[in-house]
Ligand binder design. Sequence first.
Ligand code: RP5
Length: 162
Amino acid sequence: MADVKVGIIMGSQSDWPTMKEAAVILDALDLPYETRIVSAHRTPDRLWDYGKTAVSRGLQVIIAGAGGAAHLPGMMASKTRVPVIGVPVQTRALSGVDSLYSIVQMPRGYPVATMAIGAAGAANAGLMAAGILALNDTALADRLDHWRAALSDSIPQEPQDD
Ligand code: RP5
């Protein structure tokens, strides 16, 4: 696909309801992206190929979500210099704290920009990716400014009764 600069990858189909929140943001900002299931444990060769070809395919930001033993974002950051934004997916057993700890504590030299646990983290990953690309894309910067202003305008001055 032409001009796709953002990859949204996830460890499992079960991560998609969370990671879709990033896609919703990118759709709203008219920013093209691709989506892939890439599991660090179940499809390690797919992970390697994705990381190895990320630069040559023109990717500029990778949003990577995983849950539990969430090694996908860190391993992807090890394989490519394309910035990786990590999304800790909420888990049933440990509420996503396992995912967060698996993603956030990267060793020096291989950073992952780690978002909050769950849907808000995925949405913010989309916004973070857009903010990075907007540095060199004035039309996208305008769209992001409008999106942010609209969110701000939607917040009432005073609380309402239900
Ligand atoms: C991780 O294991 C995935 O990122 C997912 O969050 C978790 C559970 O995967 P499934 O068993 O639902 O496929 O690798």
